[in-house]
Design a binder for this molecule. Sequence first.
Ligand SMILES: [Cu+2]
Length: 123
Amino acid sequence: MASLRSIMAGMAVALLAMSLQALPAAAHSPLISSSPADGDVLAAAPQAIEMKFRGTARLVRLVLTGAQSGEVTLSEQHLMVEKHRHTVALPAITADEYEVRWRALSADGHVVKGSFSFIVSAK
Ligand SMILES: [Cu+2]
């Protein structure tokens, strides 16, 4: 039969595991998904970039760079708006390999950042 001490130790481990899982979820707003997604190869240029965060987040920086075409100038309307799902309209972009580098503020003020890439293939 399990001793009281080992039951208590087991409960402590379970509680610790739960708190470790719960903390980042409550604290940060990581990116859950994007469209285009990382590694996507598209037959046509996307008209927007969509980014979905776990919680709400404010985009503070989003840079779209084409390997051949260079940095794409974007409107700044999407910046500093607190949302769960951000849609950033794009101008017409050419066939190229693109990287999106972004930085955002979680609702708790913590910074989250990352990058993803996609390809717009030539017709
Ligand atoms: Cu946080």
